[in-house]
Design a protein around this ligand. Structure first.
Ligand SMILES: [Zn+2]
Length: 374
């Protein structure tokens, strides 16, 4: 729940069109985990937010489903359990809540799930999404949103640059917001484009059209948000799909520099017992793509490591979902502090419940970050 801001739509490439669209809709944006949530609603309406869930006896029993893309690395049922059990251990240790894991995690085919979403988008929804697959993105608008985001951060510009510098694809011309945002956008663009060229084992691009398969927006963050809004019957959604995309909303620097990959997020879901559902993509843990390895600081993970890091990400999202905790950036001992790039090994190593209690900082207070209802 970082901010509520007017969004700049893609428009037709002209500033006039963009600002006109911006007046028509307001977007409530929040930064959750590596992700973001968006909420188009009429500009006259006050955004409302998911209430803090009531948890009895510090016990929860979430329904978990697995959404599978048959093209992506397979994840066996016992592996899904390992992810859930690792998350349950961390949630117990760090948040004091016992999580009962269902004995069976039903799987659904991703094409079936997305076929129900496509055609049921609210008006204005598609205008938020940058069509990078067809090279049709208004990167200038992305840059404008990025500048807005950079200027709203509590951290000074120099600190933001220092954080991002090792991951940028080229040096800055100057240490100012214009040069910085320009190079961040170039980095975003190049890294997102990579997925339209990099191939899966079937010889087709990670993101793109595949002969014999329906053309669905499986990689689009917005549609994973829409899935929750449309009330998918689960509190937890796991998937092997890569989610990487660009939206015309203020996206944080740390999401931009890894090319728009979203590892998971917590979203308003009217069918969820907690008011929101979380989804986590297992791809960043299971993939051995050279770009993914670069974002992991060169690491290759064993299968067990990959699954347990994915479990840590799930626990992070459950901290948003169950207690509505925020992001304590200054305390590395907290699972609620997002991982840098996709460097999960060093992230998990620093977890220390003794140094990060509930309530130990403003971001670690319950009810800090709430998913918007849209
Ligand atoms: Zn988060």
């Amino acid at each position: 729940m970082r901010m509520v801001s007017p969004y700049t739509s893609r428009g037709g490439g002209s500033l006039r069109v963009k600002s006109k669209f911006g007046l028509r809709l307001i977007l409530a944006v929040l930064v959750l985990a590596s992700g973001i949530s968006f909420q188009p609603h009429p500009s006259f309406a006050e955004p409302s937010f998911v209430a803090l869930p009531k948890i009895e006896n510090n016990k929860v029993a979430p329904r978990i489903i697995y959404i599978e893309n048959p093209r992506f690395p397979r994840v066996a049922p016992n592996e899904l359990h390992k992810v859930a059990l690792t998350a349950a251990d961390l949630v117990k240790e760090h948040f004091g809540i016992e999580v009962e894991i269902p004995s069976r995690i039903p799987a659904r085919d991703i094409d079936d799930v997305f076929a129900e979403l496509v055609g049921n988008e609210p008006s204005g929804f598609k205008d938020l999404i940058g069509d990078f697959r067809n090279g049709n993105v208004d990167w200038e608008a992305v840059g404008e949103n990025l500048v807005e985001k950079i200027e709203k951060q509590k951290d000074p510009l120099a600190k933001q640059i220092e954080f991002a510098r090792p991951y940028l694809i080229r040096p800055l011309e100057k240490e100012d917001v214009t040069s910085f945002s320009r190079v961040v956008v170039e980095t975003f663009k190049a890294r997102l484009f990579h997925w339209t060229v990099a191939k899966l084992k079937d010889g087709h691009p990670v993101i793109g059209e595949v002969p014999g398969r329906p053309d669905l927006p499986l990689n689009e963050y917005g549609y994973w948000t829409l899935m929750a809004k449309q009330g998918i019957n689960a509190e937890i959604v796991l998937t092997n799909q890569l989610v990487a995309s660009v939206e015309y909303i203020p996206v944080p620097v740390h999401t931009s520099i890894r090319g728009g990959i979203t590892g998971g997020s917590t979203e308003y879901n009217p069918s969820s017992r907690f008011g929101s559902s979380v989804w986590v993509s297992l791809f960043p843990y299971l993939s051995d793509d050279p770009h993914i390895r670069e974002y992991r600081n060169g690491d290759t993970y064993t299968r067990d490591e990959a699954l347990s890091y994915a479990g840590a990400m799930l626990a992070h999202e459950m901290g948003h979902q169950l207690l509505q905790l925020g992001h304590p950036w200054s305390n590395e001992a907290c699972p609620m502090r997002p991982a840098e790039m996709l460097d999960f090994a060093s992230w998990v190593k620093k977890f220390d419940v003794g140094k990060c209690h509930i309530g130990s900082s403003p971001e670690m207070k319950t009810g800090t970050m709430k998913a918007p209802i849209w």
